[in-house]
Design a protein around this ligand. Structure first.
Ligand SMILES: Cc1cc2nc3c(=O)[nH]c(=O)nc-3n(C[C@H](O)[C@H](O)[C@H](O)COP(=O)(O)OP(=O)(O)OC[C@H]3O[C@@H](n4cnc5c(N)ncnc54)[C@H](O)[C@@H]3O)c2cc1C
Length: 459
């Protein structure tokens, strides 16, 4: 008999899992709480096209997702574009792409620059044994860099970069993160002096739409605006779902439960963040503890549509801690402004704890708080450059793994039989990203298939 599989979450992990299971002949039902699909990589309309709510690009090593693009007939939409990365330090913008850029970075002493370059070279080029990661998950990147690159290089170069990515958690990030990321970025280089980054023509929405269309073509069902409230568990086995009591969730429940108290499924996959999955069922304390070892950073994004460019840089790390945000990403220094009808588009990015005041601010409050600092990036900047403003926030934007995380990762097969967890906290040692959510979706589909064929999968 064909098995009915429920998937909670319509980001790239959930969409890929549904698509892969559909290919294998399962009947899939995907439920997404938000009004639209895409999760953290979701988009919004701007100037006749779409743009990610949070800046997105790929590295050339992101082959799971670019292969999926090709499989869905979108291969010709993958563009590889040179990146322009910089640093704002001491009121000046410094380029930050090539080894020469590091050597020219005069806020650091010459010795500091050499130590920075040599330690980066050592980590990236000489530490190629994958088994090293067990050593590198025992120490924080901050401690390792202070020791080998030096305190000066940490303070003036690495710390701003880590703040740009992890906000207040910057000091706690294990070295394994840096080691893996350095290796990935290395593979995204065209020679020593050029880095290229990928982007799908038409935005990430083209892949979201293609996956949704493929799932529906397979006979799968997708419900947006449908919040799963409870995984129904009978005798330790997940047997179905119940939904929230808002209009769209009730409609989803009615459509799939067919008059019963809950909708019955053979297997359930949750791609929701760990804190959200925990609320769906009673998990044993040991598994909850594992789910809670990862701390999530929230992201706050202010997006400016401008009639002037702010700088020549795509990704500008802010090394000045008097500025209340960690990076600006000028999308139109990556894609041509023509894509957005000649307008300039820039993200102002912050990674924060969800309890931070900046996380609570309204769009207007945030703009007011950021305004004086925008002039530090470009002294000519004036508020009348701004034509439109958007504000987005995500509570589970970036998981920060603790030291020795390889021994604490929650298993995909949860202690509740037939209930699987497949979320960004299980992507390790790589950092989360759409490429790895696609891989995760593929892996979980293979696991569910193997378990269904063997009868169960749980010991
Ligand atoms: C600011 C920012 C920049 C980024 N930049 C990049 C980049 O440059 N390149 C890159 O590849 N990646 C980037 N990422 C990461 C990438 O977006 C994510 O890793 C990826 O999209 C995660 O997909 P996912 O499906 O695993 O999780 P999610 O996208 O989080 O999907 C989980 C889904 O579950 C839904 N959900 C939760 N609870 C329920 C419920 N009870 N019922 C129904 N649905 C529920 C959520 O609404 C969500 O849509 C970035 C992320 C952020 C925030």
């Amino acid at each position: 008999m064909i098995q009915k599989i429920a998937i909670i979450g319509g980001g790239f992990a959930g969409l890929t899992a549904a698509y892969e299971l559909g290919k294998k002949g399962y009947q899939t039902f995907l439920f997404e709480r938000a009004p639209e699909l895409g999760g953290l990589a979701g988009t919004f309309p701007i100037e006749g096209t779409r743009l990610e709510r949070g800046y997105h690009h790929w590295f050339t090593s992101d082959t799971y997702i670019t292969d999926l693009m090709s499989e869905l007939g979108l291969g010709d939409r993958v563009m590889w574009i040179p990146s322009k990365v910089g640093f704002l330090n001491g009121g000046k913008i410094w380029n930050w792409v090539t080894p020469m850029d590091i050597l020219h970075f005069s806020p650091l002493s010459l010795v500091g620059r050499l130590r920075l370059g040599l330690s980066t070279f050592y980590l990236t080029y000489l530490q190629t044994d994958r088994n090293k990661f067990y050593d590198y998950e025992k120490i924080t990147a901050a401690d390792w860099l202070r020791k080998f690159a030096g305190a000066e290089a940490w303070e003036k170069a690495w710390k701003p970069l880590f703040y740009g990515k992890f906000g207040a958690e910057a000091e706690n990030v294990p070295l394994v993160f840096l080691w893996y990321k350095a290796r990935l970025r290395l593979t995204s280089r065209k020679g020593l002096n050029k880095e290229v980054l990928g982007y799908p023509r038409g935005s990430f929405q083209v892949l979201i739409d293609a996956l949704a269309a493929a799932i529906k073509k397979q006979g799968g069902k997708i419900y947006t605006g449908a919040t799963v409230q409870r995984v129904v568990v009978e005798n330790g086995v997940a047997v179905g779902l119940q939904f929230a009591d808002d209009e769209k969730s009730v409609a989803a429940q009615r459509a799939v439960a067919e008059g019963h108290a809950y909708a019955r499924f053979d297997r359930v996959i949750s791609t929701a963040p760990s804190f959200a999955t925990q609320r769906l069922a009673e998990f044993p304390a040991a598994y909850v503890q594992k789910m809670n070892t990862v701390k999530y950073m929230g992201a706050v994004l202010l997006i400016l549509k401008l009639n002037h460019s702010m700088s020549p840089i795509y990704w500008l790390n802010i090394a000045d801690r008097t500025i209340p945000f960690v990076a600006t990403i000028e999308q139109t220094n990556f894609l041509s402004p023509d894509v957005y009808n000649g307008k300039r588009v820039m993200y102002v990015s912050n990674y924060l704890d969800a309890s931070s005041p900046y996380f609570q601010m309204s769009r207007e409050e945030l703009f007011k708080a950021y305004l004086p600092s925008l002039q530090k990036i470009n002294p000519a900047f004036s508020p009348d450059w701004i034509e439109e403003l958007w504000h987005f926030k995500e509570a589970a934007a970036q998981p920060v793994m603790p030291l020795n995380y390889s021994k604490m990762i929650p298993e995909h097969r949860t202690p509740i039989r037939h209930l699987y967890l497949a979320n960004t906290t299980q992507i390790y040692p790589e950092d989360r990203g759409t490429n790895y959510s696609v891989r995760l979706g593929q892996e979980i589909a293979r696991m569910v298939d193997a378990d269904a064929k063997s009868g169960d999968g749980w010991k």
